[in-house]
Design a protein around this ligand. Structure first.
Ligand SMILES: [Zn+2]
Ligand SMILES: [Zn+2]
Length: 106
């Protein structure tokens, strides 16, 4: 499931991504597009995987991006990737990160 992680790290370190991400955040005024709290993660609506990681139409396309706070991002990935256990979450680099109480989701 996380086989794309290495490739994803390269992507998220690239200048092209940084530029794309920064421009997108400005465009949405730095707010989570779901709950309007301050956002944290630029999420890809079509999740990045080993098949599309080299496709800029997916990775760098504003139409495929959504700016989310950590809570909304967790919810998004919990729904689709249930192996993530309570207390950890994905950041947008594909890393599993520890989180505090995510809750409100059960
Ligand atoms: Zn949110
Ligand atoms: Zn995401």
């Amino acid at each position: 499931m996380l086989e794309h992680t290495l490739e994803a790290k390269k992507l998220y370190k690239s200048a092209a991504w940084r530029k794309c991400r920064a421009a997108y955040i400005i465009q949405v005024h730095g707010l989570c597009e779901r709950c309007k709290e301050p956002g944290k993660i630029v999420h890809h609506k079509i999740h990045i995987d080993s098949r599309n990681i080299h496709d800029p139409e997916i990775t760098l396309n504003h139409a495929n991006l959504e700016y989310l706070c950590q809570t909304c991002h967790n919810q998004e990935h919990h729904e689709k990737y249930s192996p993530v256990r309570q207390g950890v979450a994905f950041d947008e680099e594909g890393n599993l990160i520890e989180v505090g109480e995510i809750d409100g989701t059960r």
